[in-house]
Write a protein that binds this ligand. Structure first.
Ligand code: FE
Ligand code: FE
Ligand code: MG
Length: 167
């Protein structure tokens, strides 16, 4: 922890650490959901979709790194046990029980929408108070917005392909 770095955040620092830990828990769940989905996936376009899922897994893990570093900077402790991931995460873990491409895409699109809402809330909570966290949340939000769009466009391509295949 850096004392002055913590001091400038002001009285909301504990609340911000809690929000950071919630997002941190979600990132681990998102990481695993993508990582495992990429291994199990079946159906049309599975190679293209698996490559995107794998890339997103890596990017979610990087978000977890950014969040853990910021939590430590502020004098907090990142969630100590995987038990805490489910308990704290505002975004639920959706197990890839059905490995069909469209199902995995829909599960992960829902996850990205939850992530977008999480980072928007973190930005609202830190605006004009904690510029460092605000800036980090914006950086992550940009990537979550990109993730949602990547998956939605793959989902559209899949629908087009299945539809054309029927004619
Ligand atoms: Fe993320
Ligand atoms: Fe994401
Ligand atoms: Mg992508």
């Amino acid at each position: 922890m850096g004392s002055k770095g913590r001091e400038i955040v002001g009285k909301d620092v504990e609340k911000i650490i809690t929000l950071l830990n919630q997002a941190y828990a979600s990132e681990w769940l998102a990481y695993y959901q993508y990582w495992l989905g990429a291994k199990l996936i079946k159906g049309p376009m599975k190679n293209a979709v698996a490559a995107e899922l794998d890339l997103h897994a890596t990017e979610e893990l990087n978000h977890a790194t950014l969040l853990a570093n910021r939590i430590v900077q502020l004098g907090g402790t990142p969630v100590l046990s995987p038990d805490g991931w489910n308990a704290l995460s505002p975004c639920k873990y959706d197990a890839p029980e059905d490995p069909y491409v469209a199902v995995l895409l829909d599960q992960n699109i829902a996850g990205e929408r939850c992530a977008i809402a999480t980072y928007k809330a973190l930005m609202d909570a830190t605006k004009d108070k904690d510029m460092v966290t605000y800036n980090m949340a914006l950086t992550i939000l940009e990537q979550e917005v990109e993730h949602e769009e990547d998956l939605q466009s793959l989902r559209e391509d899949l629908d087009l392909m299945v539809e054309r295949g029927r004619k």
